[in-house]
Design a protein around this ligand. Sequence first.
Ligand code: 5RP
Length: 220
Amino acid sequence: MAKTQDEMKLEVAQAAIEYVVPGTIIGIGTGSTANFFIDELAKIKGKIEGTVASSVASAERLKSHGIQVFDLNHVSEISVYVDGADESNKYLHLVKGGGGALTREKIVAAVADKFVCIADESKLVPYLGKFPLPIEVIPMARSYVAREIVKLGGEPVLREGFTTDNGNVILDVHSMEIMEPTKLEQQLNNIVGVVTNGLFAMRPADVLLLGTQDGVKSMN
Ligand code: 5RP
């Protein structure tokens, strides 16, 4: 019988436990795949010092398991960051932010020594951009940023009724075939009013654990 997407997410979450370094602080992503990882981490919570969460939702889930969550400003080292993605190419450049947590995710990934991305096989794509690229924007800059994105060839759509954990809005950019992820990540960062864009190319994942019908495949 074919595995479901959730079964593949669970398998990669279990595989990611191998990357947990005992006695250290673990960075925790956001989303349904990251939730599976949190639940697996709970089983070995006595072996880690604690966690830093990339969203309020993940922090709440961690705390519900009795796992310590530190403020990033009180932490200087994170051994590994484990998170899902909306898309990955074979270079482990990612699109993230489907859950709107991209800014805190990028910050925690930047601090971590190693970024382990966990995803089911549907997330591996030849080119990034089919999944609308999320961009977190300061609310007053929303229209200006949208006009600048149109100049870059994208079609920005405001994520209705959504406010990020940082009090900002999200523009989801459609119709972009992203051939040069690093270049586009920098171009988007240069638009005044953009807080973060969902391209993780300048700091890609170090390892991609991909859940497939034939088991977990590791790419790096
Ligand atoms: C949240 C994210 C998630 O990692 C991404 O949306 C994947 O989510 P899921 O594991 O539910 O498919 O970037 O901001």
